[in-house]
Design a protein around this ligand. Structure first.
Ligand code: 3HC
Ligand code: NAI
Length: 694
């Protein structure tokens, strides 16, 4: 299409004419966020259309990878610059000429609100439309909670605003959110639509529609039903409820009043800690991908074929990640039985996913077809990346890496999934330590989003860059960690575990400690986690050797959920209840060790199990084992279910105040004894009134 360019402009918004259609184009890389200049440009463009009688319709479109991906999050918390997004959307809707939004990429948040303010929406088939504000602890605050239910229906709107998950263009079309799918060149179709509707009056304004509100008006109980059905998912979060209330207002009140409710709810969320935490986390996640101290423009190595050693709990899950992403995987085991068991579990997991409708049978076969199970170690010779997931024993790992060194092709990346062991020592068993890296997946490896990339002393920059790039390809969020016992996540788990166990002896119950953690927002507490993972993990397997509570439980077969008993008793539906047997064991141990039992306050549990984690995180930071505090937060949110509305342990410590953390730890210092020592960085920051997050 050839257009007449109106005038040169420095604004991200430019206008061109195609016949009597004004084409308004945003060019604000990388994602066309609706920053101040874009908002100003949009209003000016609508004004231009209004003033020019020759213009009969308007198309709003974006250059680059996507339609507007929302408000500019970097502007949040700064003094507002006019015009506000809500009034920009109103300006579009109130334009006396039809406005068509031409959507490609993702129309998200404020971007979808701009589209909802437009009179017509046309999208390419692979476009996605959504309102992800809830993930930032917010709600669509530019009329989105009022217009979306009017256009897409109340149920769909509730789902979209509370999940934040975008829907595809075809689904959007089926619910009426998109008027037309552009099969072919988007702009051409958008202009054709604009030509077609140029004379239709009155203009269809989303804010004036109410036919889709009728059903909910007649049956307002749907809101409470929705709340009830999603109570577990929303637990602890403020934003989903505010989103529901805003949609409720759309149904119960006229538009003009509903938007006032929306504004008030939005401002309430914006002023709260949760949205600050969630916005912080949005950027934390993106920062984690940046690797420090490597030459710029380091090129990744080419990885086409992957090898995995060990088809146990981790090897199977790790393989599935790569198979699902289309990589051929060679998996090696020691014995046929272990190999068959491992591949059998993988198939079963895929089939379970297919049964839930999240995969087709064909996709299952395609993934499994890429798998080459073998007992022949030499079959790894043509792999570009080989991940070892054998038993957690240094001698075995060294043996495996020594053998790998002999057969792997030059330049192949040799990775270990070790949870605790020293990557440098493992690397030293090869003649190519520069190719060795830790890739620490979390269990279940096909589900958990986190990947710790463990950077050895000699790991080459291009190995790190490749690992980071691969993480993205297999949809993981990766964080770079240094070589230390347990890296970032498991290392921080240790002080928590030590103190939680001591608290049991001193008088707390597993139920109390777990409750404190769950109320804090964790998916489960330390003892629920032990029961789920297996109390016997790392157990010496000698029932006569009883040195601690764990040994005592293992000795009487209380290995956790898998045995129907652990720290808790379980019924046949795996529902836990407190165990008198465990209580007796705890009390006997306390007596034997001369520990006087007392009432333990919830506050003490927080100080000894959560503040100690912050202290350990601070040590990790001062030793350079994490690149930045926000990386530690990413590990904890994605690896252990730390509530994202608290930002992660380091951000949470900032919101608590580091002085308070230090004071709390000082309260407990004597009780914790030699298990605890202060991080100097934490003390310094607290003394200076500094924070971990910047
Ligand atoms: N504001 C500011 N910067 C943003 C942004 C936004 N809304 N969205 C993305 N960015 C930045 C990222 O920080 C990143 O910067 P970097 O390169 O410096 O790290 C860059 O754009 C590219 O982003 P991604 O790495 O995430 O790129 P992807 O291609 O993987 O994903 C995306 C693109 C799907 C658009 C994704 O960036 C995304 O989900 N963005 C956020 C969308 C969102 O939450 N919108 C709602 C905003 S709130 C709102 O609109 C309030 C309103 O209702 C009043
Ligand atoms: P697992 O015991 O379930 O599986 C290990 C498998 O490796 C077994 O099937 C065994 O037959 C096989 N194996 C052992 N030596 C081998 C060799 N020389 N060649 C080929 N195969 C061999 O163990 P799991 O849990 O999968 O752990 C594997 C590694 O992953 C360990 O280093 C562990 O610390 C780590 N890890 C474990 C996590 C977990 O939650 N289970 C989480 C993250 C890491």
């Amino acid at each position: 299409m050839t257009d007449v360019i109106d005038k040169p402009t420095t604004s991200p918004i430019s206008t061109t004419r195609h016949g009597d259609v004004l084409i308004v184009t945003s060019n604000n890389p990388p994602v066309n966020a609706l920053g101040a200049a874009v908002r100003q440009g949009l209003v000016a463009a609508i004004d231009e259309a209004e003033k020019d009688d020759a213009i009969k319709a308007v198309v709003i479109r974006c250059e680059g990878q996507t339609f507007f991906a929302g408000a500019d999050i970097t502007e949040f918390g700064k003094p507002p610059v006019m015009p506000w997004l809500p009034s920009v959307v109103d300006t579009i809707e109130n334009c006396s000429k039809p406005v068509v939004a031409a959507i490609h990429g993702t129309a998200l948040g404020g971007g979808l609100e701009v589209a909802l303010g437009s009179h017509y929406r046309i999208a390419v088939p692979d476009a996605k439309l959504g309102v992800p504000e809830v993930k930032l602890g917010l709600l669509p605050g530019a009329g989105g909670t009022q217009r979306l239910p009017r256009v897409a229906g109340v149920q769909k709107a509730l789902e979209m605003v509370t999940s934040g998950t975008p829907i595809g263009a075809r689904e959007a079309f089926s619910v009426g959110l998109v008027d037309r799918i552009a099969e072919g060149e988007l702009l051409q179709h958008a202009v054709a639509l604009a030509d077609e509707v140029r004379d239709i009056r009155p203009l269809p304004k989303s804010s004036e529609r109410d036919e889709k509100l009728k059903e909910a008006r007649e049956n307002p109980a749907i809101f409470d039903e929705f709340r009830k059905a999603n109570a577990r998912k929303f637990r602890g979060f403020e934003a989903p409820e505010a989103n529901i209330k805003a949609v409720e207002a759309a149904v119960a009140k006229p538009y003009a009043e509903g938007v006032i409710d929306e504004r008030n709810l939005f401002m309430g969320l914006m002023a709260g800690t949760q949205s600050r935490a969630q916005q912080y986390f949005f950027f934390a996640e993106r920062k984690a991908a940046k690797i420090e101290n490597i030459p710029e423009n380091t090129r990744p190595r080419d990885v086409k074929k992957v090898g995995v050693i060990g088809a146990g709990t981790m090897g199977g899950g790790i393989s599935m990640n790569f198979l699902s992403a289309g990589f051929p995987v060679t998996i090696v085991e020691m014995a046929q039985e272990a190999l068959d068991r491992g591949t059998g579990v993988m198939r079963k997991n895929y089939e379970a996913t297919a049964a839930k409708g999240r995969m087709t049978g064909e996709q299952v076969e395609k993934a499994m077809g890429l798998l080459k199970p073998t007992l022949d170690f030499d079959a790894l010779a043509d792999c570009d990346l080989i991940i070892e997931a054998v038993f957690e024993t240094m001698e075995i790992k060294k043996d495996v890496f020594g053998r790998l060194d002999k057969i792997a092709k030059p330049g192949a990346i040799l990775a270990s999934n070790t949870s605790y062991l020293n990557i440098d020592e493992i690397a030293a068993s090869t003649s190519r330590p520069q190719d060795v890296v830790g890739l620490h997946f979390f269990s279940p490896a096909n589900v958990m989003k986190l990947l710790e990339i463990v950077r050895g002393a000699k790991t080459a920059p291009d190995v790190l860059v490749t690992a980071m790039q691969l993480a993205k390809k297999i949809r993981k969020v990766a964080v770079v960690a240094g070589v230390c016992h347990g890296f970032i996540g498991n290392r921080m788990l240790m002080p928590r575990q030590v103190e939680a166990t001591k608290l049991l002896l001193e008088g707390a119950t597993p139920e109390q400690i777990d409750r404190v953690h769950v109320e804090f927002g964790m998916p489960m507490g330390p003892f629920q986690m032990a029961d789920l993972a297996g109390v016997d993990i790392g157990w010496h397997r000698d029932p006569s050797r009883i040195e601690n509570i764990r040994d005592a439980l293992c000795a009487i077969d209380r290995w956790g959920q898998k045995k129907g008993a652990g720290f808790y008793d379980y019924d046949d539906k795996r529902r836990p209840s407190p165990s008198p047997v465990v209580q007796q064991i705890i009390e006997d141990f306390a007596a034997k060790q001369g520990v006087t039992r007392r009432d333990i306050s919830d506050e003490e549990i927080v100080e000894r199990t959560l503040y100690t984690m912050v202290n350990e995180g601070s040590k990790i930071l001062e030793e350079g084992m994490a690149q930045r505090a926000s990386d530690i937060d990413v590990v904890w949110v994605y690896g252990y279910g730390w509530p994202v509305y608290r930002g992660g342990p380091m951000f949470w410590a900032d919101t608590e105040g580091l002085e308070k953390i230090v004071a709390g730890l000082r309260n407990q210092e004597a009780r914790m004894g030699s298990d605890f020592s202060f991080s100097q960085l934490l003390l310094d920051k607290a003394a200076k009134g500094e924070k971990f997050s910047r």
